[in-house]
Design a protein around this ligand. Sequence first.
Ligand code: 2AM
Length: 174
Amino acid sequence: MSSERLFLALWPDENVRRQVADYARQLHRTLKGRRLPPQNWHVTLHYLGPTVAKKRQLVERIATNTTASRFSLLLDQAGCWPRPRVAWLGSSQTPAPLGRLFEQLRNALQAQGFTLDSRPLRPHMTLMRKVHCPRKELPRPKPLTWQVDRFVLARSHTLPGGAEYEVLREWMLQ
Ligand code: 2AM
């Protein structure tokens, strides 16, 4: 059976993307590694992995039934994780509505038999991959506020030049 590699995510609008680009440029000057193209930037909520059509329908139903409020996400922290070798821009705090959205989706997905990453949510936007994390601190980002009013279902395509993401569907928050 054919499957698609899916994930649920927060997807920045052009305005947020422009602001993140300022920081991404600073990061690129500091670190060696592979930059992710701006159209790929997102905050993953749940990575679902290879998903067949029937399961995708379940995910869409779960997303439609989610009741969560809009929230502001402050992107105020940058970090580098040596094991996945990624550098990211993220939030020092998880807003309560984001935590509730994450948990509602997680509980409903798990109840339907999806196996999810069991780690707690660390909201982050990966900006570079294949990075050698430096000992010294990364440049401090100028905090930016993202008014999050939706979440999306996205599909990951593996291409010779790296992954490309396609937004399949979006749901508005209340
Ligand atoms: P990231 O959020 O740290 O970059 C699509 O692959 C997205 O799902 C990526 O943003 C990726 O990590 C996240 N993700 C989480 N777990 C993953 C996994 N096991 N394989 C691939 N991507 C995963």
